[in-house]
Design a protein around this ligand. Structure first.
Ligand SMILES: [Cu+2]
Length: 150
């Protein structure tokens, strides 16, 4: 029941990180790609983005996230309510078997309260799933402009 441990150094390296071949049938097996954090200022929440892929045969749910670099790391969704941009807290995020969920600007994202990080650095993020498994990530931090070439 081990998940892939995805240590993400740079987005440009992600294409080379091919997942290992897994025997079928397999449990839920989630890994993250293109993960990054947008850091603005110490007194503003930082937001985290990535693509979560479940290569397993069982649908799973992301139920919580944590990071030593954040006082709280929440699961949020950006919504547009009659032209007004708002954010709501999301209890869980379903990742279908053999499916993908994107955390991206304007949609689902991680929200890091009281960020303790610097642009150009990396932070550790732990994603916790409904079945009790955890996914550990090392995620690059960028400034307001985001990653280069994106
Ligand atoms: Cu948010």
């Amino acid at each position: 029941m081990k998940r892939f441990l995805c240590l993400i150094a740079l987005p440009v390296l992600l294409g080379a990180a091919a997942p290992a071949t897994a025997p079928a049938p397999s449990p839920a097996n989630v890994h993250a790609a293109h993960a990054w954090v947008r850091y603005l200022l110490p007194n503003l929440p930082a937001s985290g983005y990535m693509v979560l892929t479940n290569t397993g045969d069982i649908t799973t749910k992301l139920v919580s996230a944590s990071s030593a670099a954040c006082s709280a790391l929440m699961l949020h969704e950006s919504i547009n309510d009659s032209g007004t941009a708002m954010m709501t807290t999301v209890k869980s995020l379903t990742i279908p078997a053999h499916g993908q969920v994107s955390l991206a600007q304007g949609g689902y994202h991680l929200m890091c309260m009281k960020p303790k990080m610097t642009a150009g650095g990396k932070i550790g993020i732990t994603l916790s799933f409904a079945d009790g498994d955890n996914l550990l990530l090392l995620v690059p931090v960028y400034g307001p402009g985001g990653p280069p070439n994106q």
